[in-house]
Design a protein. Structure first.
Length: 549
């Protein structure tokens, strides 16, 4: 446990809460998780919940009723419930950009066909009409052929969400359009895609909330040039649709007005997959599947709104993030989907959590004295077991893990899925239970090893255990279950952020890098000579030299 990243004396937690949390953490570290299970046979049932299509088991965490009570009191003192109610009511919780954050209203449309907000309703009806026109072949390419391929050009929130959902749902019926994603400005990305798609039947989505993002504009310009050259004509307008909050900029860029889906300005990039930015999902998996995805999010909205704080699992997961970060000094978490179709989830969650909670100033502008969002990372199981799980089991740091698995696979082959699940469940068990050196030593000796050798080897093989994890199960990876999963993580983020006192909806930290890259563009092209540190100047000189060679 660290004393540097905990809640400092000027923290909004207040000194009493801070010391209570630290005392509880000190006490709880000496109560092994396995002991907690032995002491309470109802523990698993008590600390798990069904949330729409999800089952969430958070019993393998360092909690008891006393700890949960303290965390819930903290949530009450920090106004988590009123802030969630304000979010639903359309308050401008994104105070630095003066924007609303009413994400549940986007999901409400899925169940009621209307959201109560005409801009949202018209966004979805325009989207549905466009999807229909493309699928029905009313909107065709320049040579009058029906579209077969789709390239989503966008980055960050305009890429991760649609990319994850399209990949996860690519087995839901025949893909209606073969979908590709171009995010990075690295020219290799767009070149590789353009080398594989048929020019006559490829549709491009230019997805950019701001319509000013360098990577996206650059890739879209390259795509249009390529198309004009392939089709030997300048009029390729029907191959480009835009999703944006800046329809005027999209028009200036050359996108036809009737091919622009306008998204309300308040919809933040990393939360935007619920909006018109889900166009790639609706085009590749169908509008009905996109609607089912929204519906999964809606079920979690309903659950969170109507469950008491003490058993409100998505909120409790956020409070656990606070618990580990501020009382235990843990700043890293692993997300481990044991489902190949969720392989992109850790990357998606990286942006969701790290761009939202990577803050050290409160929403009211004070420098914070306590730790906030940590590092999120991970990969699909079982691949991680043959890579970084060594560190999870025996490394010097405790890293809470999320295990995510489906009870049914879409590809039942022999016992493969059962094996996958056995691996998933065994990893959380071993993290929790570990195996002591004496126990290993006894086993080695009974297998015939000499006592001295057994003693020595047992030290290396021993696993401390006592490492926490959450397990999230769903019956099958349906569009609805996926929507519920993403919404669950959003609420977890909101709960932790509201306790930390930060604004999870802005991302000012990325701006300076964008500005400096513009300055360095000038330096690299030789048009400008900005004053630079000797290291950066040297790197630029090397690049320029290489171009001349
Ligand atoms: O650079 C960060 C960011 O602003 C993200 O928040 C956003 O998702 C991404 O860039 C893309 O922005 P846009 O959709 O405006 O192109």
């Amino acid at each position: 446990m660290s004393s540097t990243s905990d809640c400092g004396t000027t923290s909004p937690y207040g000194i009493n809460t801070r010391s209570t949390l630290l005392t509880l953490a000190q006490r709880s570290v000496s109560t092994p998780l396995s002991q907690r299970f032995q002491d309470d046979p109802t523990r698993a049932e008590r600390y798990s919940a069904d949330i729409g299509p999800l089952f969430v088991d958070y019993s393998k965490h360092h909690i008891d009723s006393n700890i949960l009570d303290t965390l819930c009191t903290l949530a009450r003192n920090r106004g988590v419930a009123p802030q969630l109610a304000a979010l639903r009511a359309g308050a401008h919780l994104n105070n630095t950009e003066n924007r609303a954050t009413n994400y549940p209203s986007l999901r409400l449309w899925a169940s009621k066909q209307q959201s109560g907000d005409s801009t949202i309703d018209s966004m979805y009806s325009n989207m549905a009409a466009l999807v229909n026109d493309i699928h029905d072949g009313k909107l065709r390419g320049q040579t009058d052929k029906v579209f077969t391929d789709l390239v989503n050009i966008g980055i960050g929130g305009s890429d991760f969400g649609p990319r994850l959902i399209c990949d996860a749902l690519s087995n839901q019926g025949e893909p209606l359009l073969k979908t590709h994603f171009a995010a990075n400005i690295d020219p290799s990305v767009i070149s590789e895609i353009l080398a594989t798609v048929p020019a006559e039947t490829t549709l491009f989505i230019v997805a950019s909330k701001s319509f000013g993002t360098q990577e996206t504009r650059s890739n879209a310009t390259t795509a249009r040039r390529w198309l004009c050259s392939e089709l030997k004509c300048d009029d390729v307008d029907q191959h480009f649709v835009a999703v944006t909050s800046k329809p005027e900029s999209a028009k200036t860029f050359g996108i036809r007005e009737d091919l622009i889906i306008s998204v309300p300005e308040w919809v933040g990039g990393r939360f935007s997959v619920w909006s018109g930015f889900g166009l790639a999902v609706a085009l590749s998996a169908g509008m009905e599947n996109f609607r089912a995805f929204l519906h999964g999010g809606y079920e979690v909205d309903q659950y969170v709104e109507h469950s008491p704080l003490e058993s409100n699992a998505p909120i409790i997961l956020g409070l656990l993030d606070v618990w580990y970060r501020n009382a235990w000094g843990i700043s890293s978490q692993a997300v481990l989907p044991y489902e190949h179709r969720l392989k992109l989830l850790p990357i998606y969650l990286q942006q969701l959590f790290m761009e939202s909670a990577g803050k050290s100033v409160s929403s009211t502008g004070e420098i914070l004295q306590h730790g906030t969002g940590g590092v999120i990372w991970g990969t699909e199981g079982t691949n991680g077991q043959h890579s970084f799980h060594q560190l999870l089991h025996q490394g010097s740091d405790t890293i809470p893990c999320d295990f995510i698995a489906c009870l049914h696979t879409y590809n039942p082959i022999g016992e493969q899925h059962q094996n996958l699940i056995a691996n998933c469940f065994s990893q959380s068990l071993v993290l929790m239970q570990g195996q002591s050196a004496p126990e290993i030593e006894r086993a080695l000796i009974s297998n015939g090893m000499a006592t001295a050798d057994a003693k020595r080897l047992a030290q290396h093989k021993a696993i401390l255990g006592n490492r926490p994890s959450t397990t999230i199960l769903m019956d099958q990876l349906t569009p609805k279950a996926l929507g519920a999963l993403i919404a669950l993580y959003e609420y977890r983020l909101f709960a932790a952020s509201f306790v930390w006192g930060i604004n999870p909806f802005d991302q000012w930290g990325v701006e300076l890098g964008k500005q400096i890259s513009q300055t360095l563009m000038g330096a690299l092209s030789g048009n400008e000579a900005p004053e630079l540190d000797s290291s950066t100047a040297q790197l630029i000189a090397r690049y320029k030299q290489a171009q001349q060679a």
